[in-house]
Ligand binder design. Structure first.
Ligand code: FES
Length: 118
């Protein structure tokens, strides 16, 4: 039986990301992805670019289910990618699923910004 699903990319165990931190995934020819784990253990994946001036969101501070951009402190929802409060803009999010403690990200959105289709 096939256990690999072409729609999803296995990016490893959720437990390998400390709660309250993020790690980044390079995408060949495309936008780097940031994978966040909240203190409550939820996992979200977004393009690693603030909607303001492309600050690296993976280096921001996670509060609940939002992250503060390290450059000018905009708060970005990890659920929707939307800037919160007065600020306007949206970072693309990557659908994920958790299965057996592993994180899978949607291939289509993960490679959306990539010229070299895998
Ligand atoms: S680049 Fe993120 S707040 Fe300015």
């Amino acid at each position: 039986m096939m256990t690999q699903d072409a729609r999803w990319i296995d990016i490893g165990l959720a437990s390998h990301i400390e709660p309250g931190t993020a790690r980044t995934l390079p995408v060949q020819g495309g936008e780097e992805i940031a994978v966040f784990r909240t203190m409550r253990g939820e996992v979200y994946a977004l393009v690693n670019k603030c909607p303001h001036k492309h600050g690296p969101l993976s280096q921001g501070i996670i509060h609940g289910d939002s992250v503060s951009c390290p450059l000018h402190n905009w708060r970005i929802s990890l659920r929707s990618g939307e800037a919160l409060g007065e600020d306007k803009g949206c970072t693309p999010t990557i659908p994920i699923k958790l299965d057996g403690g592993r994180i899978y990200i949607s291939r289509k959105e993960a490679l959306a910004g990539s010229r070299a289709e895998a």
